[in-house]
Design a protein around this ligand. Structure first.
Ligand code: AMP
Length: 407
């Protein structure tokens, strides 16, 4: 199967060729023809499956083929949960649409209004937005959504998690009821399905790589290691094994900052990315990681969601996540669109319950690498087991709350 078989127009085929895409991914094969025929779409797909191109390509083709309107009006609207994702979606429209006559714009909060309002006044065809800034611009009269024909909700589950349900409702009131709607979500929890049902009309359902399954092209490795030895082990892997550009996951912002500093001191170009950093800093950090000036990007889960860097060969879980699904999302940052990737996980003795939860979810044991300089001893496991017994005896201390609740 090639993109030509999907009846794409030559300006798009040429752009895809220049992107180096040789064949469509499964979600693209399933979604593109249906969207081109005007159907609504309900897609269960996470980042890394090629989902952005699955909606961007047919939107560009549908709009490019329409008669050129006298003045540009927003004909397609894409809503995304985060600024990072919005700017990646916008990059995709720029890449695939470079030979079309369409103009697109991305708007999100945390940056001055002026550039966005000026571009809106000049006229655009496709708007990519986070809900908050979109509503601000709408309230101020800078955005007119009355001509929207195509609506995309990208990472709908994440938008609901982040409390955007009310905002989405307001956006829906501002756009025509008669439209084509494309709904993308990594998971289909009941409230996500409820929203999908409400806004879609006889949608085609497409499902790829459910969240509980890990991509086969990702090699997973588990290193048992004491908390105090995690940084030395990371340095060993980076220096001795010559691992290149790497995304390292931490649970907390403080932890991310501390690790980035330690790596920098050890001579490894590293930066932290998390929600407390200014938007300008986050963009600079991402850019420097993309062009390989920064070798290690230390990220929290919220900040890392949607980070899309081509040819990211390694992802390292410095700490295990509390939610097993987060592990699947994290390692999905590598092994993108069929490329090979390695996901390395550091597990301290006290983290084994989190590891078991992950393995139960994915249905696979992660292969253990025990040939490394900082292996855990049997005593470490016994100490961890004794520690957790003591915690239980004390009623878990702080009002008996679980670790998850205390976060
Ligand atoms: P996404 O799931 O939209 O986040 O896409 C993940 C990555 O796959 C991005 O880096 C895209 O540039 C890349 N990609 C999307 N479609 C293809 C394709 N057909 N061939 C190769 N890479 C692709």
């Amino acid at each position: 199967m090639t993109f030509k078989d999907l009846y794409l127009i030559s300006p798009i085929l040429q752009a895809l060729e220049e992107e180096g895409y040789t064949q469509p991914t499964p979600i693209q094969v399933q979604a593109i023809p249906e969207v081109l025929q005007g159907r609504d779409l309900l897609a269960t797909a996470q980042t890394g499956t090629g989902k952005t191109a699955a909606f961007a390509i047919p939107i560009l083709q549908l709009l490019h083929r329409q008669a050129k309107p006298e003045s540009r009006t927003i004909r397609a609207l894409v809503l995304t949960p985060t600024r990072e994702l919005a700017s990646q979606v916008s990059d995709s429209f720029a890449a695939y649409g470079r030979y079309t006559n369409l103009k697109h714009l991305v708007v999100y909060g945390g940056v001055p209004y002026k550039v966005q309002t000026e571009a809106l006044q000049e006229g655009i065809d496709i708007l990519v937005a986070t809900p908050g800034r979109l509503l601000d611009l709408l309230d101020q009269g800078f955005v007119d959504l009355q001509h929207v024909q195509l609506l995309v909700l990208d990472e709908a589950d994440r938008m609901l998690d982040m409390g955007f349900s009310q905002d989405i409702r307001r956006v829906l009131q501002a756009i025509p009821e008669k439209r084509q709607t494309l709904f993308f979500s990594a998971t289909m929890a009941p409230e996500v399905s409820k929203l999908a049902k409400k806004i879609l009309t006889e949608p085609v359902t497409v499902e790829v790589t459910p969240v509980s399954s890990t991509t086969v092209t990702i090699r997973q490795e588990l290193y048992y290691v004491k908390k105090a030895n995690k940084t030395p082990l990371l340095l060993h892997l980076l220096q001795e094994l010559g691992i290149g550009r790497t995304l390292v996951f931490m649970r907390t912002k403080e932890g991310a900052d501390k690790l980035a500093k330690e790596l920098t001191v050890a001579g490894i170009p590293a930066e932290a990315i998390h929600a407390d950093r200014a938007q300008r800093d986050r963009e600079r950090v991402l850019e420097s990681f993309k062009n390989s000036e920064t070798q290690v990007l230390v990220a929290t889960d919220v900040a890392a969601r949607g980070i899309d860097v081509e040819s990211l060969s390694h992802v390292i879980n410095y700490e295990l996540p509390f939610e097993p699904e987060t592990y699947v999302h994290r390692i999905g940052r590598t092994g993108r669109a069929g490329a090979a990737g390695v996901a390395i996980t550091f597990c301290g003795a006290s983290e084994t319950p989190l590891l078991i939860a992950i393995q139960n979810l994915t249905g696979k044991a992660i292969p253990v690498i025990d040939q490394h300089p900082y292996p855990l001893t049997a005593q470490d496991f016994m100490d961890a087991a004794a520690g957790s017994k003591n915690d239980k005896r004390k009623g878990s201390g702080r009002g008996g709350k679980s670790k998850r609740e205390r976060r």
